[in-house]
Structure formats: C-alpha cells, structure tokens
Design a binder for this molecule. Structure first.
Ligand SMILES: Cc1cc2nc3c(=O)[nH]c(=O)nc-3n(C[C@H](O)[C@H](O)[C@H](O)COP(=O)(O)OP(=O)(O)OC[C@H]3O[C@@H](n4cnc5c(N)ncnc54)[C@H](O)[C@@H]3O)c2cc1C
Length: 398
C-alpha cells in the first residue's frame, strides 16, 4: 500500500509538470503511467516527429522547477517571430518578440525530451514517487481519502486523484464526466524537413483552404512540419515518395524557404477537439488533454495543460499549507473556475479561426484578409496579441 497526498494518472507533459510542481513544494505525490518513461535523448539521436511550441511563460515555469536546464542540446530551439498568412487573400500578420522587449517568444521542443527532462528532475525529489508501467483499474472515495486499485493489485491511497491521462482519459470516462467532442474532419501530417533557405528562428504558418500548414524551426536547422488537411489528403501525402512529397510541400508553402531537400519519416495524427463538462469531481481533478483538446493550429494544447498543472498545484499547496483538505470539491472549485475561464475563450477563438480560414466565400476571404492586415498595423492590439503568444495572458503563470 502506497500512501500520498496526490495520485496522478498519466505522466505526459501535463501530469509530469503537476507532479514536479507538487513534489518541489514537498507534497507527497505518486505519478503513474501505463507506458515506460522515455530516456533523455543522447546527442546525435534523430529528433522524434512530435514537437510542441512551448510559450515563454511555460518555459519560465519549467525553468523555475529545474526541468528546463536538463533538456539535452539539440532538443529545443527558440523562436523570435511568428508569421501567418492566408492562401485565399492578401491577409498576413507577424508577431515579433522585440515588439514587447523580449528576445524570444517561446521554444520548439521535442515532446519526448521534455517528458524525459521532467522525469529526470522528479527523480531528484524525495516527495515524488513514480510507478511505471501501471494503471488505475478502479477507486473508492471515502470521507477523507480515496483508495485506488492498480492493475497489478496494489493499492494507493491519496486525498486527490488527478486524471492527466490524455484525450481518451479512462479516468474521465470512469468518473462519468461527459465531454463534448468536435470532429475537425482533419488529420495532421507531421515530419521534419531540411530546406534550401534557413528558417531564421521564425515559426511560419500558411492557411490553405484545406487547413493550416506550419514550418516550425528546429535546433538542427531543419523545420518541423504540421500539415493539417483532410484525412484522405493526409494519407495520400504520407504515401508519396519522399521526393514527390518534398515538391508538393514546398509548393504548398509558396517556396518561402526555397526547396525542401530532405524528409524524415512521416506520421498522420487524427485531429479532434474536446471539452469536458466538468474539470473536478469528488476527490478528482482533470488536467491537460483529459479536460480539453484544441486544434494544433494555435500551438496551445500543451501550454494550456502546463497552465492547468500550475493552477492545480497552486490550489493544492495553498490548501495543505492552511490545513484544508485538497480533495474537497470546495477546494477544487477555484481551480475549475480559473481554468475554464482561461481555456474556453481560447477553444472558442480557435474554433472561430478554423471556420473563418476554412471559408471559401469571397466576402469572408476579403474580411479575413482585411482583418489580418488591420490587426498587423494596429500597434497596441498587436502588442497585446504578442504578449498573449508568450503566455502572458494566462493567469496560471503570474
Ligand atoms: C500535431 C500536433 C501538434 C501539436 N503542437 C502543439 C504545440 O505546438 N504546442 C502546444 O502547446 N501543444 C501542441 N499540441 C498539443 C499537445 O501535444 C497536447 O496538448 C499535449 O501533449 C497533451 O499532454 P497531456 O500530458 O495532457 O496528454 P498526453 O500527451 O496524451 O499524455 C497522457 C499520458 O497518459 C498516459 N495514459 C493514458 N491512459 C492511461 C491509463 N489508463 N493509465 C495510465 N496512464 C495512462 C499515456 O501513456 C500518456 O503518457 C499538438 C498536438 C498535435 C496532435
């Protein structure tokens, strides 16, 4: 029998960040995952195709928690500018870190390396206990604790159970928390490519009628591709010979970085949105993709999840310091309120953009072209949006 304050199921980016924030404050936490933890990549190891744009505010939190400095060189690269333009109009917009007096807006980081770095830091903290591979089969809530039965028959008791177990969240399902899903009717094709011209540490995205195509700058000079399109088109692109794919990719990107000269393995990921009806229940909280999934076009899913982890850690630590029970619904409500009011507008804004950029009607194309150009020239609005791209609008990081 293991006894702790908080039991977290799911040791991906958000679950491991929460475990670290709690253990760093001396809170006894157990973190488990059904998969083995990836080892820290060794120098020269090929980059995995799953990467995330992590904004400056989230990087700051991960630095304070001592995980960021453990990232191996080559696994992460800063970007100082974001450029977005529309295939269907003259609309374009750019966000530059210098507009808000910063030298970078965020980093493109390999997901696997970030998870490994979080775990490397966790291993240094006596309050953290990691169990992998393991999963929770069931749990019973009692007056002051819960007991979770693991798949190997062991029991873990805790005051709070956290579902950080991803979009399909078995915990959310078992707790009977409903979720509204959005089928975007899209898949993302992801890979890394080398290009004729340097990326200059700029994250670029072109909106095509079928979905956005992003080139994100990697540390080794290549670009990470996230090409969201219809499922048959994504499958067709993934099956093309590498040279033919390179030609189509460069053309779809208007040759902004010249020709595409080398292509890594390609993966196709189906895209679906999700909003859980509640983020909390009796001795239960959901964070990250278990609570909400957004379209990758804004590069925000992991950032919102890291924000959830920071906010929930704050609520739990404050409760324990003042002698309150961290698993009570009245303790957890402020977490739910804060994160829903942060996440819902983001979800709605991304849905709106998805619809607007997918629309082919001439008046809508004119509207978005003019809208983008107007915002691009409006200094104060641009500065606000640039600060938001850095994560400064997310209260969890203040
Ligand atoms: C193509 C693409 C590009 C993206 N780009 C960005 C970006 O640029 N920036 C950004 O911020 N976000 C981005 N995202 C979103 C981001 O990847 C996710 O929001 C983030 O990885 C979610 O992390 P998580 O830890 O909440 O969930 P997950 O990564 O899904 O982790 C869940 C963990 O729970 C474990 N688990 C599941 N079930 C169980 C169980 N029953 N028992 C035990 N363990 C279990 C899994 O093994 C896994 O380790 C992108 C997403 C996609 C698809």
């Amino acid at each position: 029998m293991t006894d702790c304050e908080v039991l977290i199921v799911g040791a991906g980016i958000t679950g491991a960040t929460l475990a670290l924030a709690l253990a760093d404050a001396g809170v006894a936490v157990t973190l488990l995952d059904r998969e083995a933890v990836p080892p820290l990549p060794v120098p020269g190891q090929p980059l995995d195709v799953r990467v995330s744009a992590v904004h400056a505010a989230a990087v700051g939190l991960l630095e304070r928690l001592g995980a960021w400095s453990l990232l191996p060189a080559g696994s992460h690269a800063p970007f100082g500018r974001i450029e977005v333009w529309d295939a269907g109009s003259a609309g374009r917009i750019g966000f530059d870190s210098t507009e808000i007096g910063q030298s970078w807006l965020g980093y493109i980081v390999e997901n696997r390396a970030l998870i490994a770095a979080l775990h490397a830091r966790l291993h240094e903290l006596p309050a953290a206990h990691v169990m992998v591979p393991a999963t929770v089969d069931d749990w019973q809530v009692r007056a002051d604790r819960l007991t979770a039965r693991l798949d190997d028959g062991r029991d873990v008791t805790a005051r709070l159970l956290v579902g950080a177990d991803g979009a399909a969240s078995p915990l959310r399902l078992r707790a009977g928390i409903a979720a509204q899903t959005d089928d975007f009717g899209q898949c993302a094709l992801v890979c890394h490519v080398a290009t004729e011209h340097p990326h200059e540490d700029i994250a670029r995205q072109r909106f095509l009628p079928t979905g956005p195509l992003a080139f994100l700058p990697l540390a080794d000079g290549r670009s990470s591709i996230v090409w969201s399109t219809t499922p048959p088109e994504a499958r067709r692109l993934a099956a093309l010979p590498a040279d033919d794919f390179a030609l189509e990719l460069a053309a779809a990107f208007e040759h902004r970085l010249g020709t595409v000269t080398a292509v890594s393995e390609r993966a196709v990921i189906p895209l679906r949105g999700l909003q859980a009806a509640r983020y909390v229940g009796p001795r239960l909280a959901l964070i990250g993709d278990a609570a909400h999934v957004v379209h990758p076009m804004a590069g925000l899913g992991a950032n919102l999840g890291i924000g959830d982890a920071a906010a929930l850690a704050g609520v739990v630590i404050a409760a324990l310091r003042s002698g309150r029970d961290p698993g009570l619904i009245q303790t957890l409500r402020p977490y739910e309120r804060a994160r829903r009011s942060q996440n819902l507008p983001v979800v709605q804004a991304i849905r709106g953009l998805y619809w607007l950029f997918g629309a082919d009607a001439a008046p809508l194309r004119l509207l978005r072209g003019a809208g983008l150009l107007t915002v691009d020239r409006a200094g104060p609005v641009k500065r606000l949006l640039t600060a938001a791209a850095c994560g400064q609008a997310d209260g969890a990081f203040r």
